[in-house]
Design a protein around this ligand. Structure first.
Ligand code: PMP
Length: 430
């Protein structure tokens, strides 16, 4: 059970008075410290963090190497703006990102600050490179909260609300989602229909797809689908953008989730875990495509800030030295075994799915009807917090619990977290 929430209540009043409700809070807590997979709040409560600031802390909270790298950079140069004067961490980090891009180079990387900016700029680059206007995104996707990000996103509530009109020339094709009867075949039929009825493929600059849906409920795109999509895009000269903002940086046991399929995208967008908690995003792609926009067309005042690039370089060192991909795979084993056990016990867990440690549990009222059970998910998340475990939901119907635990979680973290989840499931589902 948690401590009394005195400081929390005080700050909550301040929050309600001064901050709009549009930015909602999954957990009514105020955090003061993080380390590894643990967080502490203002009232001294300790939590195991299965959220990682929405997939940002794959190397864990305040990793000493990240902290050290930021401190060292801070004492030298905090900001310069790459468009004004260059600095080494930017080009060194670009070199590292080019090194992990699937497929034959040469590759180039440009940095931004947020994920939404990365997807925006991938679209700009694709249009510049192809001289075509249209973009095909997928239903149930999430690509950000800016005008282009919202327009690309395939979930209306709460992201789109009455924030339109949206950017033109964006089309949505169905995402293959086996559990909800969207087979690979059916999803591909949908894409062909789109090309026949709404936009001819010769007008399409790019498709943008999350190899594993993030906000959409941790649904992996089957390799068959990705291969066929790659074939179709090549056939029509359409660029293939993999949005790896949530699925990248070891979340699925590889640096990029698209690697599991073996296909080569033309561009990858990354953000979140790339810089261990500091805002940084970017786009990597084939040099020829990346060089399409003329000088001055891309950039941003804070884009690729020196502190963020220094942190990004530390993240790469951590992956190498701490064998994080391997650790993520081991973590995945433990999680999957436990979750499949829970599924046997509770028929309301309709589906357990994912790749590596990017795992989601989809809750339904009845496994026969598959009617989504968002209330149950809310109750489990509430209960788990009482037990000291922070969880986050996802999914078109808000009925999925997703796991974004830092890959540095220790066996003890895992054991305690699973025990908290087990108790919460028992309390809510009986
Ligand atoms: N794309 C994907 C796949 C994401 O998961 C997110 C963030 N959840 C974004 C884009 C947008 O990133 P940001 O919130 O940093 O703008």
């Amino acid at each position: 059970m948690l401590n009394e929430q005195t400081r929390t209540s005080e700050l909550k009043r301040l929050r309600d008075q001064h901050v709009p409700r549009g930015v909602s809070n999954s957990h009514p807590i105020f955090l003061v410290r993080g380390e590894g997979a643990r967080l502490w709040d203002v009232d001294g409560n300790e939590y195991i963090d299965f959220v990682g600031g929405i997939g940002v802390l794959n190397v864990g909270h305040n990793h000493p190497r990240v902290v050290q790298a930021i401190k060292a950079q801070l004492e030298q140069l905090t900001h310069a703006c790459f468009q004004v004067g260059m600095y080494e961490p930017y080009v060194r980090l670009a070199e590292r990102l080019n090194g992990i891009m699937p497929g034959q180079g040469p590759h180039k990387t440009i940095f931004f600050t947020t994920g939404a900016e990365a997807t925006e700029n991938a679209v700009k680059i694709a249009r510049a490179a192809t001289n075509r206007p249209a973009i095909v995104a997928f239903r149930n996707s999430f690509h950000g909260r800016t005008l282009m990000g919202m327009s690309l996103t395939g979930k209306a509530s709460p992201y789109k609300q009455n924030f339109g009109p949206f950017a033109p020339e964006i089309y949505h094709a169905p995402f293959p989602y086996e559990y909800r009867d969207w087979s690979v075949e059916r999803a591909l039929d949908g894409l062909h229909d789109l090309f026949a009825m709404q936009v001819s493929p010769e007008r399409v600059a790019a498709v943008i797809i999350e190899p594993v849906l993030g906000e959409g409920g941790f649904v992996p795109a089957p390799p068959d689908f990705l291969h066929e999509l790659r074939r179709i895009t090549e056939q029509h000269g359409i660029l293939f953008i993999a949005d790896e903002i949530q699925s990248g940086f070891g979340r699925t046991g590889r640096m990029y989730a698209i690697e599991h399929s073996g296909i080569t995208p033309d561009m990858v967008t990354f953000a979140k875990s790339v810089a261990g908690g500091v805002p940084l995003s970017g786009v990597t792609g084939h040099a020829e495509i990346m060089d399409a926009p003329a000088p001055g067309g891309l950039g941003g005042t804070f884009a690729g800030n020196p502190l963020a690039c220094a942190a990004g370089l530390a993240v790469f060192e951590i992956f190498d030295e701490e064998n994080l991909l391997q650790r993520g795979q081991e973590l995945a084993q433990g999680l999957l075994t436990a979750f499949q056990g829970f599924q046997k016990q509770y028929p309301q867990i309709g589906d357990v799915r994912g790749i590596g440690p990017m795992i989601g549990l989809e809750f339904v009222k009845d496994p026969a009807t598959k009617e989504p059970a968002p209330e149950v998910v809310n109750q489990i998340i509430e209960q788990a917090r009482q037990e000291g475990l922070l969880l986050l939901k996802a999914g078109l119907y808000n009925n999925v619990i997703r796991v974004l635990v830092p890959l540095v979680a220790t066996p003890r973290d895992l054991e305690e977290a699973l025990s908290a989840l087990e108790k919460s499931l028992a309390a809510v589902l009986h």
